[in-house]
Design a protein around this ligand. Structure first.
Ligand code: NAD
Length: 326
């Protein structure tokens, strides 16, 4: 029976992978993230299954290849954490390009509603029988402008949701979707006109720090920024500085540039020394969730199904439709 070393395993992963796998493959679950030091745990396995914050650098890839691992099964869409050139001719890399764009887009809208209408603050107050409304004023989304960066699968679902709220939608994408009815504008115009700005592009050399000091300087002082894509799309220090100076309305972040080692884990009894996130979480106009936008039953099922189907296809010599080419 072929074996899979499954890194960074969480109870919700195991539940769905065990259900879909149904004992077809021998899955060894490890809580540890995949990185050079832990890669040896994959000894005897044909595949490793990895996630967004695993460190799949040259050293990790070389160790896996030495051990005879043939394929890396990414159980996510993004692959910015893989040294692709090192994998060339050594290992195949397969991914799950889409598992539920609805999960992520709905979470993005949930974050905007929570941030704009200050729902977490109201929840904390009323649990303490504080029924005051002072400081909880938001604004109507209806009639406001939503600026969407990246009009792929998630961005387009998010656009539909915004339109459902009666928002005016503008978008920026270097590869516009033809005949989509989406109104594309320049990045500069998007930053200037939007009341909410939502990021739905991948992390690449071009998009790293797409929200930086200069971009923020163009935005309305009341603008809300939502990031459910990748942390490094935003220069967090520039964001913090803008929040401190009231140059921006607020931010809702499901991802953070230094999330690796923090997110997905309970750090409540530790001293978190990352000053930027410590200050961000303390701001009343910031909401942070821990890279949970994907976390729905439907997405977890799809992730397990596609990941295991990718492995089936690899073993059976079929066409690898979800291969990431190095
Ligand atoms: P997708 O590939 O369908 O769409 C990405 C879009 O971004 C494409 O239209 C592409 O043309 C566009 N793009 C590329 N470069 C750009 C640039 N420089 N500026 C603006 N747009 C650019 O991807 P998707 O499935 O919609 O996912 C979007 C992102 O969401 C992923 O890259 C991933 O980082 C993130 N994501 C996050 C979670 C989560 O749980 N928070 C889950 C899944 C995906």
């Amino acid at each position: 029976m072929d074996k899979i070393a499954f890194f960074d395993a969480k109870p919700y992963d195991r539940e769905w992978f065990d259900k879909i796998n149904n004992n077809k493959y021998e899955i060894h679950y490890y809580e540890s993230r995949l990185r050079p030091e832990s890669a040896r745990l994959a000894e005897g396995c044909t595949a490793v299954c990895a996630f967004v914050n695993d460190v799949i650098n040259t050293k990790t890839i070389e160790t896996l290849a030495e051990l005879g691992v043939k394929v890396i099964l990414m159980r996510c869409a993004g692959f910015n954490n893989i040294a692709l050139s090192a994998a060339k001719d050594k290992l195949k890399i397969l991914r799950v390009p889409a598992y539920s764009p609805y999960a992520v887009a709905e979470h993005a809208m949930g974050l905007i509603l929570a941030l704009n209408r200050k729902i977490p603050r109201a929840y904390i107050r009323t649990r303490d029988f504080n029924f005051s409304l002072n400081g909880l004023t938001g604004f109507d989304l209806h009639g406001k402008t939503a600026g969407i960066i990246g009009t792929g699968k998630i961005g387009r679902v998010f656009i539909d949701i915004c339109r459902g709220f009666g928002m005016d939608v503008i978008a920026y994408d270097p590869f516009p979707v033809e005949n989509s009815g989406i109104r594309y504008v320049s990045q500069e115009e998007l930053f200037k006109r939007s009341d909410i700005i939502s990021l739905h592009c991948p992390l690449t050399r071009e998009t790293r720090y797409i929200i930086d000091e200069q971009a923020i300087a163009l935005m309305k002082k009341s603008a809300l920024i939502v990031n459910t894509s990748r942390g490094q799309l935003i220069d967090s220090e520039a964001l913090l500085s803008a929040l401190n100076d009231k140059r921006i309305g607020g931010a809702a972040l499901d991802v953070y540039e230094e999330e690796s080692g923090l997110f997905f884990e309970d750090n409540s009894d530790k001293i978190v020394t990352d000053e930027v996130i410590s200050l961000l979480v303390s701001r009343p106009n910031v909401i942070i969730t821990s890279h949970q936008a994907f976390l729905t039953e439907e997405a977890l099922r799809n992730i397990a199904e596609v990941t295991l189907k990718n492995f089936d296809d690899f073993l059976n010599g079929k066409e690898l439709v979800n291969e990431i080419k190095s």
